[in-house]
Write a protein that binds this ligand. Structure first.
Ligand SMILES: *Cc1c(COP(=O)(O)O)cnc(C)c1O
Length: 223
């Protein structure tokens, strides 16, 4: 099946409150163009350099989401155009995003990444750390970021019960934090769910899914 068929099939089954991020990492420009022609406007990348190159070559009305782990010293390269940074997992990174937002005279939307997986390899902060950041005085001075929600990645396991529990935990964390309402904190997004688990994620409260291989096919990391 073609990219546009995959896209239409996924979208036709999505509840209206769920946003689809098409994860195009490692995929060639032509694949993104096909998705664009089919109406897709939100693309997710996990490497800043790759996102910059694609941003330069593709239409300006695409919203670019950084879904990968972000190194602080690289924020400056995407600050002028990134539309949402999913993987904010520490306060220093948030401060750097704010600094770069100021330089570019814009407010950059961010999600706080919460560690929900049992694997050591997955990034993210604890729910307590997120609570402390959002309630800190110094957070209130960050005028060039807007924290709009939370992001999480479940454990890579066939155990659907475990994955569901991890999604439930992120949803519960969101419910605990969403009363924190500030000019730079407006929590409405829960980014969870990928190709293998997005239906389970939606059933457990996801409002934004990040889907790659189910749209573009399996990735080949050797190229
Ligand atoms: C690659 C990636 C995805 C998409 O994975 P698929 O299984 O191909 O849908 C989603 N989220 C993050 C953070 C990723 O790095």
């Amino acid at each position: 099946m073609s990219i546009s068929k995959h896209l239409h099939q996924i979208k036709s089954q999505l509840p209206t409150h769920v946003t689809l991020v098409a994860v195009s990492k490692t995929k060639p420009i032509s694949d993104l163009q096909e998705a664009y022609a089919a109406g897709q406007r939100i693309f997710g990348e996990n490497k800043i350099q790759e996102m910059i190159e694609k941003h330069e070559q593709l239409p300006a009305d695409i919203q670019w989401h950084m879904i990968g782990h972000v190194q602080r010293n690289k924020v400056k390269y995407m600050a002028s155009f990134v539309s949402l940074i999913h993987g904010v997992d520490n306060f220093k990174l948030l401060q750097e995003i704010n600094k770069q937002g100021l330089k570019h005279n814009r407010v950059i939307d961010c999600l706080l990444q919460i560690k929900i997986a049992s694997e050591d390899s997955k990034f993210g902060m604890t729910a307590t750390e997120a609570f402390e950041i959002l309630n800190s005085e110094i957070f209130d001075s960050l005028k060039h970021i807007n924290v709009v929600g939370l992001m999480g990645m479940a454990t890579f396991t066939p155990d659907q019960h475990q994955v569901a529990e991890e999604f439930k935990y992120l949803k519960a964390t969101f419910e605990n934090l969403k009363h924190i309402s500030k000019y730079n904190c407006n929590l409405h997004t829960i980014s969870m769910g990928m190709s293998g688990d997005y239906k389970l994620a939606i059933a457990n409260g996801s409002t934004m899914i990040r889907v790659g291989s189910s749209i573009f096919g399996a990735r080949n990391y050797k190229i």
